[in-house]
Every structure is written in C-alpha cells, then in structure tokens.
Design a protein around this ligand. Structure first.
Ligand code: ZN
Length: 58
C-alpha cells in the first residue's frame, strides 16, 4: 500500500486540499519561520491536525 505524502502545511498544494494551517508562518510550506524544522499546525486543519496517537509508523 503506497504511502500518501501530505503536502507541507501552508503550501499551495496543501491549501488546495483543504489545509487551514498558517501560510506565512509556515513559509508557504517551506518551514516554520525562525526554525529549521517543524510547522505550525492549525488545530482544525483536516489535513494535518488528524494525526492520531498510536498511528505513527506510516
Ligand atoms: Zn494543514
């Protein structure tokens, strides 16, 4: 079963898929401002706020 790669939060691709994460704060999908890793995730984002504990390892 192929993995589904999620577009980075704030990227155009993610926005098209319904992402509601901060765009500018995520550098338009590049990376969080002032940081080298990690993204700001909107708690209501249907794309990125659905990571359920215990389902990692994809
Ligand atoms: Zn998102």
């Amino acid at each position: 079963m192929p993995k589904q790669v999620k577009p980075n939060p704030g990227s155009d691709e993610a926005i098209k898929k319904g992402c509601s994460c901060p765009i500018l704060d995520n550098g338009r999908g590049d990376q969080r401002l002032g940081d080298t890793r990690g993204f700001w995730i909107d708690g209501d984002c249907p794309l990125h706020a659905v990571d359920n504990p215990g389902t990692e390892g994809e």
